[in-house]
Design a protein. Structure first.
Length: 262
């Protein structure tokens, strides 16, 4: 399976700084997205620490033999990298008063042939578009999701809840954190969207699906998603990573080849 990637982050229309961070290793097919939280600048410190550490360490592990690893080994490598990143953030938060209380949510993946290992902590999400159907394949670690699961609130009511952003897991908050990892089969034409809640809170699933189904370069689709979030109010930072799977390379038209376009 061949993958095409695109990533972008945007501060939105309200926030002065951007506490989101993205990292993409197209060689080892590792994607990482984090949405930080905390006091002055602390959120962006936490998210940058998470993406930088995991991107570097997991990428190194994959390049040194992980490309041939089995599912159990990849899952364990993901867990170790996240645990080490969590401890680094936690220690920084407890040793520097400026970083007190900082933390970050996380969504990440390793693509390997016809499978995807997707991990997450908190409410940063991964969606999969397959055959025109959009599915959220991560389940938020949030108070709101727990209330939905318990039948205390409906999915429709949840759209108008005021406590959407109260997460029950995050990196850096405690000295240990549980990464939820699931394996998915990858099919030709699958399109994966990794995003922070600055996108998912501002744009409906129907609108997300419509944009993701566009027959356009990933750069155009990524920009359209961010524009949609800003068009809906842009109340938070917005980050997206897109990955499209193909069984074989897409053939370029004659004019594109003559012009040397990718």
């Amino acid at each position: 399976m061949i993958f095409e990637y695109y990533s972008q982050t945007d501060p939105g229309l309200i926030r002065e700084n951007n506490e989101d961070s993205v990292a993409l290793d197209t060689v080892n097919q590792v994607v990482v997205l984090a949405d930080g939280m905390g006091g002055y600048n602390a959120g962006e410190v936490a998210s940058a620490m998470a993406t930088s550490f995991i991107h570097t360490e997991l990428g190194r592990w994959m390049s040194e033999g992980g490309l041939d690893a089995n599912v159990r080994e990849i899952k364990r490598a993901m867990e170790i990298c996240v645990d080490n990143a969590n401890r680094s953030i936690f220690n920084a938060a407890n040793s520097n008063p400026l970083y007190a209380g900082m933390g970050t949510t996380l969504v990440m993946a390793v693509f390997q042939g016809a499978r995807a290992m997707v991990g997450h902590v908190g409410d940063s999400r991964c969606y999969r578009l397959r055959g025109g159907t959009l599915q959220q394949i991560t389940r938020d670690h949030s108070l709101l999701q727990e209330q939905i699961d318990a039948g205390l609130i409906s999915v429709e009511q949840a759209q108008y809840a005021t406590h959407k952003n109260l997460v029950t897991r995050a990196l850096g908050v405690e000295d240990t954190v549980l990464l939820e990892v699931n394996e998915y089969r990858v099919e030709d034409g699958d399109r994966y969207l990794f995003c922070s809640d600055g996108l998912s809170d501002m744009v409906s699933d129907e609108r997300l699906a419509a944009v993701l189904m566009e027959d356009a370069p990933l750069e155009h689709i990524g920009r359209a998603l961010i524009d949609a979030a800003n068009g809906g109010g842009g109340r938070d930072n917005i980050s997206v990573i897109l990955a499209t799977a193909r069984a074989k390379p897409v053939r370029r038209g004659l004019l594109s080849r003559m012009l040397g376009q990718q």
